[in-house]
Design a protein around this ligand. Structure first.
Ligand code: 5GP
Ligand code: ZN
Length: 117
């Protein structure tokens, strides 16, 4: 059995507020939203970080974008704007090591990162 939180949501071992699912992709609302719309979009295949992507994973990563586009439209944030974020490894703040794309929208978003100067 996988120890990965998002694999457990994929497999129904942990409850997820699922907003979209197909053979390759799963999307669910973030349990601790940082914006009125905060959806996590994952490949169903377990890939830990972007560093672990292989050539065969390129198409599913493209599907994360098309899924984000569709959900943004459904949640009515397309026109006003939204942000897509993929944190990779610790300094970026990745806390769940199964690739996930954050879809954030519904209000004015702050700066993407703190200035470093
Ligand atoms: P990261 O920091 O790795 O980029 O993002 C992980 C995200 O997963 C966080 O926004 C966090 O709120 C969310 N998260 C953590 N545990 C759960 C959970 O059990 N269910 C859901 N739906 N989201 C979770
Ligand atoms: Zn996983």
């Amino acid at each position: 059995m996988s120890d990965c939180l998002f694999c457990k949501i994929r497999d129904g071992e942990i409850q997820g507020d699922i907003v979209f699912e197909d053979d390759d992709v799963l999307a669910f609302n973030d349990v601790n939203p940082h914006a009125p719309v905060h959806v996590l979009i994952i490949p169903k295949k377990h890939i830990s970080t972007v560093n672990d992507m292989s050539a065969e994973d390129v198409s599913v990563m493209g599907k994360l974008f098309s899924t984000a586009k569709n959900i943004a439209l459904q949640r009515d944030v397309s026109e006003d704007g939204y942000r897509l974020v993929v944190n990779s490894n610790k300094q970026a703040g990745q806390s769940v090591f199964h690739i996930h794309m954050h879809l954030l929208g519904g209000n004015k978003l702050g700066p993407m990162v703190d200035r470093i100067d």
